[in-house]
Ligand binder design. Structure first.
Ligand SMILES: Cc1ncc(COP(=O)(O)O)c(C=O)c1O
Length: 361
């Protein structure tokens, strides 16, 4: 593709020496599991996001599962979530034996619709998992109020939304936050990694044990637990990249502003509430003839994606659940496509894409 959706080589080229020096330092001290860089990264992330604490784990899916387990989600519990998400949101619940209950999305913002939650409630409902898809923040006013009213746990899927805020507060600061640092995310490790945000010392302590065999100290375990840790090598490189995060988000926002200005008259766009800042992990446009347009864009060398063409309730493991009434989800996935919005995207390529898109609408 002439214009890739993500270009990690271009992202890393100017950082190469710094990244290698960070790696060399880990090779020198040799503390590969839960080394000092992991602790430092957790502190820096907690500061950056304005949360009490952060616990690094092996990936974003584990972040979801461990956050749900921390709040005692167990077999037979029901968890309300959108079907319009990456399938890991639902797998996170299923891995604990809980059942995802799919709720439709808002027609305009394409995020979990708070107005549809009440009808999905049953005596088994234990939690709500909003997904801040593409960096757009779910309606946290309504979701926090709903969870309080019905005494439900709130676990935010923040995998795509690092840097996004709602009324000045970071995603992951309302409930427990599950973040992914997968290579395709806005802040990415050179492999799988993730973290959870927590809001008091007790949960911080419990989660630190949960990610590490339940070990209280080297020789004593408190409970049966898997291990799911963020590697020191990854943390060392993530610390280098975290220093660029604000610049990278600003670059994404500049691309998004250009897309909005150039495409608002031609495509249906996702509106951003005044009190929310979006860190744009994807830039979504909608058109009834999406497939025709996508085909032409790809032929001309522009890598445009669909996040996600098959909603989770239609994926094999969930095919026997429901039946679900999700008309906005079905409409959304049939009409949306994601444009490249990474800091490495050149403004001239972006503008050429805008011109092409205007002509195709
Ligand atoms: C919305 C969403 N949830 C969860 C995940 C899972 O994260 P990971 O791939 O790090 O396990 C991802 C990313 O892949 C995601 O996009």
């Amino acid at each position: 593709m002439k214009v890739p959706y993500v270009d990690l080589a271009a992202q890393h080229a100017p950082l190469e020496e710094e990244l290698l020096e960070a790696v060399r330092e880990v090779l020198r001290h040799g503390w590969f599991i839960l080394g000092p860089e992991v602790e430092e990264l957790e502190e820096r992330l907690a500061e950056r996001l304005g949360v009490h604490g952060v616990v690094g784990v092996a990936n974003g899916t584990d972040a979801l599962t461990l956050a749900m387990r921390l709040r005692c989600i167990a077999p037979g519990d029901e968890v309300l979530m959108p079907s319009h998400t990456f399938l890991a949101t639902a797998h996170g619940a299923r891995l604990l034996g809980a059942e995802p209950v799919f709720v439709d999305i808002e027609p305009e913002r394409m995020l979990l619709d708070p107005a549809r939650l009440a009808e999905a409630l049953t005596p088994k409902t234990r939690a709500v998992v909003p997904v801040h898809l593409g960096g757009h923040v779910c309606d946290m006013d309504a979701l926090v109020a709903f969870c309080q009213e019905h005494e439900l746990e709130l676990i935010e899927d923040c995998a795509q939304a690092i840097g996004s805020t709602w009324r000045g507060r970071s995603v992951g600061s309302f409930g427990l936050g599950a973040f992914s640092l997968h290579p395709l995310k806005t802040l990415s490790a050179p492999g799988d990694a993730g973290f959870v945000t927590v809001h008091d010392d007790e949960e911080l302590e419990r989660l630190r044990l949960t990610r590490n065999f339940g070990l209280r100290d080297r020789d004593h375990t408190e409970f049966v637990s898997d291990h799911s840790r963020l590697d020191t090598l990854h943390a060392a490189m993530l610390l280098v990249k975290l220093r660029r995060l604000d610049d990278w988000i600003a670059a994404r926002q500049a691309h998004a502003a250009a897309y909005t200005a150039g495409l608002a008259d031609h495509y249906r766009l996702i509106p951003v509430p005044e009190h929310s800042e979006v860190a744009w992990s994807t830039y979504v446009v909608r058109h009834p003839e999406r497939d025709r347009i996508l085909e032409t864009l790809r032929t001309q060398g522009f890598d445009v994606k669909i996040h996600y063409p098959v909603p989770v309730h239609r994926q094999a493991p969930y095919a026997d659940t429901g039946p679900w009434e999700l008309p906005e989800t079905e409409r959304g996935v049939a009409t949306m496509m994601s444009l490249p919005v990474t800091p490495e995207l050149g403004p001239s390529d972006r503008d050429a894409l805008i011109e092409l898109l205007r002509g195709l609408a």
